[in-house]
Design a protein around this ligand. Structure first.
Ligand code: GLU
Length: 315
């Protein structure tokens, strides 16, 4: 794939799914569940399943984490189509997108700190909106730019969509955080913009991911609208928490999964996703379990919940 047309889908099959981990550590059980759900939904629909490593935050990426994630997916038998896409190789595409948004007068410099925003009632107040950012400034960057973040103007329209699991969802961006950051103070493109550009470029049609990202979806759909990009279908699955309700995450030191014994991991993940694999029919072979799961996958059986406790699924 070339970077020449950063927004144009490189392929047009009917179903293209993806798993897009940030390499902030190895896969844990929660990320396995997301990977598995997106894999099964893609394969059950005869689709492609792509792997994208979202490596845009080097300080939070331990050395070797991306490699480890790739190895773990391989050991589980979750094999992806096409080459792995690394976001760190896509900076030019993000810059082009930023330029497009700036030339439409949608971006502005913001010098507010996180603490400043916290004191504003109801999210970012639009305080720095008058510090407009021109496309010319991005073309001839001056160092000073990097001491401010760049936000995109949002409007009062409701952004609604039909989640394939949860049903209708809508939110008004001005009431849920307001104008949001698309380039961080340190010069890094923010997740919201990068993810939208890459989903479009990779021709992703169906996104299956955790409910922790549900509040990001309206932002991403807004960006798709203003950039004139196709809008994928979204399905948000419950996130996995510990018994205290804390999301299993690399930040909360969730244990890396041990892929030596893939069968019980996949089996348990399937139960958590509301699927009912008949245990006795398999010789504990991960591949035959995956084949069963592709054949019997039912997105509608995934619990319509924001989160699910890891221990609630007994194995
Ligand atoms: N990179 C994000 C994460 O690891 C997920 C992005 C997405 O699925 O949209 O949480």
């Amino acid at each position: 794939m070339s970077n020449d047309q950063p927004f144009t889908a490189q392929r047009t099959p009917k179903y293209v799914g993806r798993f897009a981990p940030s390499p902030s550590g190895p896969l844990h059980f929660g990320s396995l569940v997301s990977a598995l759900a997106s894999y099964l939904d893609a394969k059950a629909n005869n689709g492609l399943w792509l792997l994208r490593i979202e490596d845009l935050d080097p300080p939070r990426e331990p050395a070797g984490a991306a490699k480890k994630i790739i190895q773990q997916l391989e050991s589980l038998g979750l094999t992806w189509d096409d080459e792995v896409l690394f976001q760190s190789k896509r900076i030019d595409a993000y810059d082009t997108a930023l330029m497009t948004l700036a030339s439409e007068g949608l971006c502005f410099h913001c010098s507010c700190s996180r603490r400043d925003v916290k004191t504003m009632k109801g999210g970012y107040s639009g305080k720095c909106r008058s510090n407009g950012l021109s496309a010319r400034e991005l073309q001839y960057p001056i160092k000073k730019q990097h001491s401010t973040s760049i936000r995109i103007r949002t409007d009062l329209k409701k952004v609604g969509f039909e989640d394939a699991i949860l049903g209708p969802f809508s939110s008004q961006l001005s009431e849920s955080g307001g104008d949001f950051i698309i380039r961080r103070k340190d010069g890094m493109i923010a997740y919201q913009l990068a993810v939208v550009i890459d989903d479009a470029w990779q021709g992703v049609t169906n996104i299956v991911r955790g409910t922790d990202l549900l509040s990001s979806t309206p932002k991403q759909r807004y960006l798709q609208t203003v950039l004139g990009l196709a809008q994928p279908t979204y399905a948000h699955i419950p996130i996995v928490t510990d018994t205290n309700g804390t999301k299993l995450s690399k930040q909360a030191f969730a244990r890396a999964i041990d892929t030596e014994d893939a069968f019980p991991l996949l089996f348990r993940a399937l139960l958590l996703l509301g699927q009912r694999p008949p245990e006795r029919q398999f010789s504990r072979s991960p591949n035959s379990l995956l084949n069963w799961a592709i054949e019997h996958w039912e997105l509608q059986s995934v619990p319509k919940l924001a989160s699910i406790v890891f221990d609630s699924v007994l194995y």
